[in-house]
Design a protein around this ligand. Structure first.
Ligand code: HEC
Length: 445
């Protein structure tokens, strides 16, 4: 742990040199010698330099009434937490978005990671004694959307459909429990989905561990709608693809509640769906599917032991991988997704080496970098588990840990959204990507 933080800090310093030179007016030589503690005489201030960074990266959760444990709105509040803030941002534990910055694809949609420059500015400010600066430099406060609103509404407007799970009473304490109501969507024709967001209630966020939803037509399962786990925002289907909502379908919920010290009466989870216009067809179908790392078989992790699991997946048409979301509990520490090309070359697509089960993100690849697989290529998913005391999230290294649904058990899968192409669609995407940027269609950035 010590090692990796150290290595990381020196990377930040290198990448942050330019910013520090501009902000601090000091020499590169000095930064290189002093590492993350720059010249204490510098003039990085809260009001001018730090407050805008907190507005952009932290305040959505760290304001009164939001999910963060303290407010980061005012100078006095932030100053109290200054050292902890630097530690968390340098280790990239906050903002919570676990995704390695030095491996694989880096162009992601809904990416919460902070820039190296911003991290360096916070470090320099704390090292300089956290000065307030001129109050006149303070940026205008941000107008925050209501936390009870859907986050994707900013981008897509009001949802076309909202499906509510039936009310459930969650006790203050007790075992994990599962709630599986079936609710009609009310959509009467086949339509293509633009985006989906699953939202637990404001009080229920602390106990809704995950909420999956799939379609049923006449009692038969008819594909996956969405997946939600703690910390996740939503899913966006790429332009051109179609994730289908069948006519007159029901939504079958699979909700995992985890009693956590708050009693909640009649909790409901909402799934918002934004639809494409009726005449939109999409050229290819997209599906969200659970891919196992261990073939769905059981495993045991010994007390104080570690484990690696690996799963291989191939497809019978060419595909595009649109998003990837690792899933595990407290012993999972890392997961990667790679492509084994049919010529034997292996490419790492993404890696999460500081996994935390508190936060689940669907890492959505930018349209022009989403990985393409030909028939014969394989996906390799690898997960690493640590049941020793080295794992900071491990609740009890003396336990045997098996696979299972309870929070105390482990899991071994990833959720992957795949667009199923044909040869023509595959060649078309490849050709578009190799055109010079000036000839490419405008992208929504
Ligand atoms: C998506 C919501 C979210 C965002 C964005 C976010 N935080 Fe947090 N933060 C939390 C939650 C929830 C916790 C408590 C649980 C945890 O530690 O994961 C937390 C914990 C912390 C802690 C530890 C507090 C303690 O008592 O030890 C610090 C420090 C912190 N955040 C700083 C930041 C900073 C700085 C930013 C922006 C750069 C940020 N956070 C962005 C939600 C968020």
């Amino acid at each position: 742990m010590q090692m990796s933080i150290h290595r990381f800090t020196s990377q930040i310093v290198t990448a942050g040199v330019f910013a520090l030179l501009v902000n601090v007016g000091t020499s590169q030589q000095l930064i290189a010698q002093t590492g993350p503690s720059p010249d204490p005489g510098n003039d990085v201030t809260f009001t001018r330099d730090v407050a805008p960074i907190l507005q952009a990266n932290c305040q959505v959760c760290h304001q009164p009434g939001a999910i963060g444990p303290m407010s980061l709105m005012e100078y006095q509040d932030v100053r109290r937490y200054a050292r902890r803030i630097t530690r968390m941002v340098e280790a990239r534990d906050m903002p919570p978005y676990q995704y390695d910055a030095d491996v694989g694809i880096q162009d992601l949609k809904e990416d919460w990671r902070m820039s190296d420059d911003d991290i360096a500015t916070i470090s320099a400010w704390v090292a300089a004694g956290s000065p307030e600066g001129d109050p006149a430099d303070m940026p205008e406060p941000v107008e925050w959307p209501d936390p009870a609103e859907f986050k994707l509404a900013d981008r897509f407007g009001e949802p076309d459909v909202i499906v509510y799970s039936e009310p459930y009473n969650v006790p203050e304490v007790g075992q994990d429990r599962w709630w599986r109501p079936i609710v009609p969507t009310g959509v009467t024709s086949d339509r293509c989905i633009k985006a989906i967001e699953t939202k637990p209630s404001v009080v229920g966020r602390a106990v809704a561990h995950h909420a999956n939803s799939s379609f049923r037509v006449d009692g038969e399962s008819a594909g996956r709608l969405s997946e939600y786990a703690l910390g996740k925002v939503g899913e966006i289907v790429p332009e051109g693809a179609c994730r289908r909502i069948p006519a007159n379908a029901d939504v079958a919920f699979d909700i995992h509640y985890w009693p956590n010290g708050v009693e909640i009466e009649g909790d409901q989870i909402e799934v918002a769906i934004w639809l494409h216009d009726e005449d939109y067809e999409g050229t290819h179908d997209q599906s969200l599917t659970l891919y196992y790392l261990n073939g769905g078989r059981g495993f045991d992790i010994a007390p104080h032991g570690t484990l690696m699991t690996q799963g291989f997946h191939s497809f019978d048409t060419p595909v595009r991988i649109d998003s990837w979301q690792p899933h595990g509990h407290t012993r999972l520490v890392a997961m990667s997704i790679q492509i084994l090309r049919k010529n034997g070359r292996r490419e790492t697509v993404s890696m999460v080496s500081n996994w935390s089960a508190l936060w689940h993100h669907s890492h959505i690849y930018d349209d022009d970098v989403a990985p393409l697989l030909e028939v014969g290529d394989q996906l390799i998913l690898t997960g690493w588990y640590d049941n020793t005391e080295e794992n900071r999230y491990n609740p009890d290294p003396d336990q045997w840990v098996g696979i299972g649904d309870r929070t105390a058990d482990e899991m071994s899968h990833a959720w992957i959204a795949v667009t199923h192409l044909d040869e023509e669609g595959f060649q078309k995407i490849k050709a578009e990507r190799s055109r010079p940027v000036s000839q490419q269609p405008d992208r929504d950035r």
